[in-house]
Design a protein around this ligand. Structure first.
Ligand code: PBG
Length: 331
């Protein structure tokens, strides 16, 4: 067959490739853009001074003492990062996680130091007990159960203590029922009506938290988190979780992890139109780094592609260990 004749027979009026012909045209019609404004960098705060200890399964992520955390925030700010999320690694752990509301514990000290050094950086704190209990569970244990209501009392104490230290945002990550309402009420009662609550609303029971548990030394010593974190197969339930947290006073709702749950992010954003965060978790980060180190993927491209996908799905805010890398790539 004569190829010219075959081509003519196409007689195309619509050619979508026209707008892909140059970088300028592609940029002009790009639907999803990333900006460091929406990135939140998680930091792991430990005791001591001058400590900067790399986490084996998370290259480029460190356990930082308060003084080092301040330096990290200043460096991140220079890259364009405007918000951090703090996790604590206390030396003292007990059955009820009382270090979670110790005003001298690493997170509280770091909040004060970071707000002093860089007041315009938004400081968020993770509110959970798993880093503070000697058994590694997110709550108080009676028999073989993680009891809800007594745990909520402890979470309220932690959230109030973070707000007192000067946290701009408290982020309950425990998945107990009713904790958002209880935290909102307790904050308001103490004059912290402007402290934002970002709830880990739809947090799945995920294998992708593995590296984090090494970083935060928070793996449960027995059992698992299936009695409070969500079953990966569920999405209608995620919408119920989000709805309840909004009713209870959450300002921002989060879906976690991010890439394996893009459909959940999209449906949460669609249904509620609320400020929606997605947590690109430790395992997602470690997979990228591991593949890149083996030369199996192009790290910068893969990083921006992952974050773009999370944004495209509907996330307004992305919590990611890649925040600094991505901000530099975008800059
Ligand atoms: C609980 C908490 C976890 C993460 C954030 N907050 C761990 C868990 O639920 O076991 C995971 C974050 C990550 O994997 O990057 N305090």
């Amino acid at each position: 067959m004569n190829p010219t004749t075959a081509h003519a027979a196409l007689n195309l009026t619509r050619r979508l490739r026209r707008l892909r012909r140059s970088a300028t045209l592609r940029a002009m019609v790009r639907e999803t853009r990333l900006s460091p404004d929406i990135f939140v960098l998680p930091l792991f705060i430990c005791e001591g001074e001058g400590v900067r200890r790399e986490i084996g399964s998370m290259p480029g992520v460190f356990n930082l003492s308060v003084d080092e955390a301040v330096k990290e925030v200043e460096a991140a700010k220079a890259d364009g990062i405007k918000s951090v999320l703090l996790f604590g690694l206390p030396q003292y752990k007990d059955a009820v996680g009382s270090a979670a509301y110790d005003s001298d514990a690493p997170v509280q000290a770091a909040v004060r130091a970071i707000k002093r050094a860089t007041p315009d950086v938004v400081v968020m704190t993770d509110v959970c007990l798993c880093e503070y209990t000697d058994h590694g569970h997110c709550g108080i244990i009676v028999g073989d159960e993680i009891v809800n209501d007594a745990t909520v009392d402890q979470l309220v104490r932690a959230a109030v203590s973070h707000a007192t230290a000067g946290a701009d945002v408290v982020a309950p990550s425990d998945m107990m029922d009713g904790r958002v309402g209880a935290i909102r009420h307790a904050l308001d009662e103490r004059g912290f009506e402007n402290t934002v609550i970002m709830s880990y609303a739809a947090k799945y029971c995920s294998a992708f938290y593995g590296p984090f548990r090494e970083a935060a030394d928070s793996a449960p010593k027995f059992g698992d988190r299936r009695s409070h974190q969500m079953d990966p197969g569920n999405v209608a339930e995620a919408l119920r979780e989000v709805e309840l947290d909004i009713e209870e006073g959450a300002d921002i709702v989060m879906v976690k992890p991010a890439l394996p749950y893009l459909d959940v992010i999209a449906r949460v954003k669609d249904r509620f139109g609320y400020p929606t965060a997605a947590y690109h978790v430790s395992g997602e980060y470690s997979m990228l780094k591991a593949a890149a180190r083996n030369g199996w993927i192009d790290e910068p491209r893969a990083t921006l592609e992952c974050l773009t996908a999370i944004r495209r799905a509907g996330a307004d805010i992305i919590i990611t260990y890649c925040a600094r890398d991505a901000a530099r790539l975008l800059g």
